[in-house]
Write a protein of this length. Structure first.
Length: 441
């Protein structure tokens, strides 16, 4: 992920200038629009152009309002702002995805030029390189976009109009059940699809522990497009041996995958993993890990999954849910729709534990809502260590990973679950191999 795509001010500048560029509808921009959106004729472009501009403007207005809210909350509660800009907004995610692709091509061009440079030529500093990249996109005075930008942006923005991927539904209650050995190791990592250095470090740690199963809790940045899924997720997923055994690799759907309509997730990731659907059960006589899709209906479930789930919770095995979105949080408001669906199961004591991602933190909660909840969403995305006192005191916290990297940002980690018959041991392992927390269930 290019640093510019994580800079709020640059992203909003690009968004604003894209609105201006498309609105002017230069002939070259119009031709790019007709081509990218597969329009039958140029006569269709003005209507589509105005729709895109309106969507971009709404996203820009939301982003400005959100900025004020985030700054106010940060000042009031002492919560640091996310060091890397990643709003939960489909339109902005697609703009960031387009920026990444554009800058990647620019960097490749610069690399080719560097090979031809004279020996001993001075390399640019990190800050100078960032400035040069910004100039390449925004122009020397940061006030006009490269004309070639429109074509890249429109290729991404056309996903706003594409119908999302078809949801795969079970036909009988026994569908999507996978077998778990009586003794096994499961690595669980969340928000890991960034393709950055942190993701590579986590991959090395997971590989070193030789798990039998690896489960991703979702989020391939920025919009889960085909290029991003292939380059930032599946390419790095080859860090361990993945025989063609269903259930060895599993991945949950998320909001970022759905920003691209979920097409890459449903048609590429599931196929690569030989995973039957976006929800599943991996279990044995003692433990049952049930993955649910909270991304297809954003931060929510659907009736088909809940009906299927009810049939999975019978028997004596202890049930642990796996989702991308959280049931609750000590750091932000969320979870009400999910809780509405699952409250009967929670009240009945049928859900022993729950692991989720979404928030870029590693948090162990005390027993709450009749379950053991763990947030493991710090797989690779840059984040700052949260305050010592959570802003939502009604949610009891037992442990938060507060270790810092040398750059001052929070450590990245994953959970390694060791199953031995009725016993379950969990190690929360950081990118440098340090076990930050351990527990027995």
């Amino acid at each position: 992920m290019n640093e510019l795509t994580g800079d709020r001010e640059v992203v909003l500048k690009v968004l604003r200038e894209t609105i201006n560029q498309l609105g002017r509808s230069h002939p070259k921009t119009a031709r790019a629009g007709v081509k990218s959106l597969n329009l039958k004729s140029a006569a269709q472009w003005p209507e589509q152009r105005d729709d895109i501009v309106a969507r971009l403007q709404r996203a820009y207005d939301r982003a400005k309002d959100e900025k004020l809210v985030v700054q106010a909350k940060s000042a009031l509660r002492g919560i640091p702002e996310e060091p890397w800009y990643a709003p939960r907004d489909q339109t902005i995610a697609l703009i960031q995805s387009a920026m990444d692709e554009y800058l990647k091509k620019r960097d490749a061009k610069a690399a080719r030029a560097a090979k031809k440079a004279k020996p001993g030529a001075k390399a640019l500093s990190r800050s100078a390189a960032k400035s040069e990249a910004a100039k390449a996109l925004l122009g020397e005075r940061f006030d006009t976009l490269d004309p070639g930008w429109a074509e890249v942006a429109l290729e991404k923005l056309k996903l706003l109009f594409r119908k999302k991927a078809k949801f795969i539904t079970h036909k009988k209650a026994t569908d999507f059940r996978l077998k778990l050995a009586a003794r096994a190791r499961i690595a669980i990592v969340g928000d890991w699809g960034g393709g950055n250095e942190a993701a590579k470090l986590i991959a090395q740690q997971i590989k070193a522990h030789k798990p039998d199963h690896v489960i991703h809790l979702g989020d391939v940045y920025y919009a889960g497009t085909e290029d991003e899924v292939n380059d930032r997720f599946l390419r790095l997923w080859k860090f361990w041996d993945t025989p063609a055994t269903p259930g060895r690799s599993l991945a949950l759907n998320s909001n970022h995958e759905m920003y691209g309509g979920g097409h890459a997730y449903f048609k590429i990731t599931l196929k690569e993993f030989k995973q039957p659907a976006s929800y599943f059960s991996l279990g044995n006589d003692h433990w049952r890990f049930i993955g649910l899709d909270t991304g297809y209906v954003n931060n929510n479930l659907n009736k088909e999954q809940v009906d299927w789930l009810a049939a999975q919770l019978n028997g004596t095995a202890k049930n642990i849910l796996l989702t991308h979105h959280q049931l609750f949080s000590a750091y932000e408001e969320s979870g009400e729709p999910i809780a509405g669906w699952l409250k009967p199961f929670l009240d009945a004591g049928k859900i022993t534990g729950w692991l989720w991602g979404h928030e870029h933190l590693m948090v162990v909660y005390k027993a709450f809502m009749k379950t053991k909840a763990r947030c493991v969403g710090n797989g690779c995305f840059p984040y700052d260590v949260p305050p010592a006192v959570p802003p939502r005191p009604g949610v009891p916290v037992e442990f938060v990973n507060r270790r810092r990297q040398s750059n001052g940002r929070g450590m990245h980690s994953f959970a390694l679950l060791t199953i031995d018959g009725p016993n379950l041991h969990v190690d929360y392992i950081d990118q440098d191999g340090v076990v930050s927390f351990k527990e027995d269930w």
